[in-house]
Design a protein around this ligand. Sequence first.
Ligand code: A3D
Length: 317
Amino acid sequence: MARKKIALIGGGQIGGVLAQLCALRELGDVVLFDIVEGLPQGKTLDIAEAAPVDGFDVQIKGTNKYEDIAGADVVIVTAGLPRKPGMSRDDLISVNSKIMTTVAEGIKQYAPNAFVIVISNPLDAMVTLCQRITGFPTNRVVGQAGVLDSARFAAFIAWELGVSVKDVSAVTLGGHGDDMVPLVRYTSVCGIPVMELLERKYGSAEKAAEVMAAMVKRTRGAGGEVVALLKTGSAFYSPASSAIAMAESFLKDSKRVLPTCAFLNGEFGVDGLYVGVPVVIGAGGAEKVLELKLNAEEQAMMDKSVKAVKELVATLK
Ligand code: A3D
């Protein structure tokens, strides 16, 4: 059986880490595309020269030509500007829409059967645009945001409780913006509701709620926290790891349930919009949205987040 092929559009910070992770995990042959001459060629040569040390057997190539992505099974898009301190993700919409338009046309022409994972910001709008321009079925165009937002939430909980990150199960819903919805009630450690553990630690429900509120706030602002520290760009290791989890579930038909920016057809009461929800990812792409019951408070947060996504998407030309 021929090796799978993964095309990475955008050879910047996230693109470079994606290429290295694909190689280290031997997910398939990798093509790294960028418009800057030499950048993808230099990064892929550097990664390929580590193959004898790391022991991976995949081909890895940098290119400035769309023809080279032909036949890709998976395309991951990071082309576009990242945030600088003081910018919101939504501030990127005008410049990144232009970039996404040419990228989606390239994917449509050269990788018409690919499963596409968008990472470029503002995420919910860029996924929408990519799907509209490629015309691919919505199960084959998704966005990465929720895996990362949930991972950040899980990391903060693990650090707070002094437990392994492996045993925290956390989920966030909604758009990839300041209104995202970390679902505290569905978050657990080895099946134990997280609030029970916090209450036991602090001996009071009030203090536990206060600590949780701080973690929810930090999760919502986690991207900005990294931007403020880096000053010249945004997070890139964790977004790359998150998209690789999605690509791997598709390539191996693992059917992992991953928070994914997926097109909703009435699920969660949302129709015709890309929003972050739990999705089964397998060989059929975004195979199924898993719904869950929200209480009034959670539903209100979800409604607010969906409203923000709708307003953002409405600004797309
Ligand atoms: P960066 O290191 O600037 O890389 C972007 C790359 O895109 C650069 O190498 C550019 O040359 C390239 N590029 C520009 N125009 C085109 C084009 N037309 N075709 C192909 N390549 C092009 O940014 P980054 O890798 O740090 O971030 C990439 C994107 O991901 C940004 O929009 C970020 O805001 C976004 N991002 C999303 C998340 C999510 O979780 C959703 C997290 C972090 C960053």
